[in-house]
Design a binder for this molecule. Structure first.
Ligand code: AMP
Ligand code: MG
Length: 355
């Protein structure tokens, strides 16, 4: 049966699956080809390679769509040895299912074409038309630490998220696996790990094992009904610079949450609460000037909402993906089951002094 966005969903999931294979190859290398960006955040050969493969698949299938992607190729044009390392990875990564690889249009012609493809992610975003957002490796710091990371892709249409896919190579496959506080650490063994979350607006959210070829069978996921706050588990960033951890501790205490926070990198947090492994995701601004990036939230926002959750910023507003490359009009993120979101939000506002 063809449903709305079914082709976009299939391509998005396969593109994320293929890019995840590339990132896993880099994850298991000691040297990840890390360079520092202008804002001092790290980027690896995995980030560039994954972005190239995803954009190549999108351009093959949806040549008229715009793309907002995190990375750009300027540094690679000036550094042939880095470019060649990435090209070697990209050239040798494919889905092991011929039909699935065919749907993505196969490989990229050469290293120069790869650089041009990476740079196609330079759209300014905005409220008009179809725009894909890509975070080729979300949580690069977790990726480098040997922890959680995610390959994230979403389709915006006129500023609204319509399709989202998140590949989490290091999360347990099992949706029912409880979140442990060490979930973000030492994911060195692939056994039992790797999940692909997805959602289409109005059609619910799904998880399936992350595979190396065709898509595995999906299962519908939903947030856990949260009846007792003392049993709630909440997720936040590992990086204290990305979310205020002392404020979140105060909020948890006021809500009556007794469990310690589960810290993990990337949009794996959104996926984890969407499938009921955790309950609440708090992202509390650490600075007045930082603007969240749309590629860090678009897929997760839709997946949580389609799983029965509510996602707002700390002011109680929906995340607005139509402003540009950043969520310039929002501040932080509060994601929780619909039934308790307003309770969580009011405590967040009390602690942060927001009005
Ligand atoms: P997480 O793994 O959830 O901590 O989020 C990773 C993302 O945080 C990266 O992709 C960055 O785009 C983003 N980031 C970088 N600096 C900040 C900051 N000061 N506040 C919030 N997020 C940030
Ligand atoms: Mg990111």
């Amino acid at each position: 049966m063809t449903t709305l966005y079914s082709r976009e969903l299939e391509i998005a999931q396969l593109a994320v699956q293929r890019a995840s294979i590339l990132t896993k190859r880099v994850f298991h290398e000691t040297s990840k080809g890390t360079v520092s960006k202008d804002d001092a955040s790290p980027v690896t050969i995995g980030d560039f390679g994954a972005q190239a493969l995803i954009i190549s698949a999108l351009k093959h299938n949806f040549p008229h769509d715009s793309i907002v992607a995190e990375e750009e190729a300027t540094e690679l044009r000036a550094n042939p040895s880095l470019r060649d390392q990435i090209w070697e990875l990209v050239r040798t990564t494919s889905l092991d299912d011929v039909a699935a690889e065919g749907l993505l249009g196969g490989g990229i012609k050469d290293a120069d074409a790869m650089l041009d493809i990476i740079d196609l992610g330079n759209s300014k975003g905005g409220r008009v038309g179809r725009i894909w957002t890509i975070d080729p490796i979300d949580g690069t710091k977790g990726f480098l630490r040997g922890g959680q990371y995610a390959v994230c892709l979403a389709l915006l249409e006129d500023g609204e998220v319509k399709v989202g896919a998140i590949g989490c190579p290091n999360l347990p496959v099992d949706d029912a696996a409880p979140l442990t506080v060490d979930i973000g650490a030492n994911a060195t063994d692939d056994e039992g790990r790797g999940v692909l979350f997805s959602a289409v607006v109005g059609q619910g959210a799904t998880s399936r094992p992350l595979k190396a070829g065709a898509l595995a069978e999906g299962k519908s996921i939903s947030m856990k009904p949260l009846t007792d706050m003392s049993n709630a588990s909440f997720c936040e960033s590992v990086e204290a610079g990305h979310s205020n951890q002392s404020e979140s501790a105060q909020i948890a205490q006021k809500l009556g949450i007794t469990k310690p926070s589960v810290r993990m990198d990337s949009q794996a947090k959104y996926g984890s609460i969407a499938r009921g492994a955790g309950d609440i995701y708090l992202r509390l601004p650490t600075s007045k000037t930082y603007q969240e990036k749309i590629w860090d939230h678009a897929a997760g926002d839709l997946i949580v909402r389609e799983a029965g959750g509510q996602v707002t910023d700390t002011r109680g507003n929906r995340l607005d993906f139509g402003v540009g490359r950043t969520l310039a009009t929002n501040s932080g993120v509060i994601a929780a089951p619909k039934a308790v979101h307003s309770q969580v939000l009011s405590v967040v506002q009390e602690v942060l002094g927001v009005k």
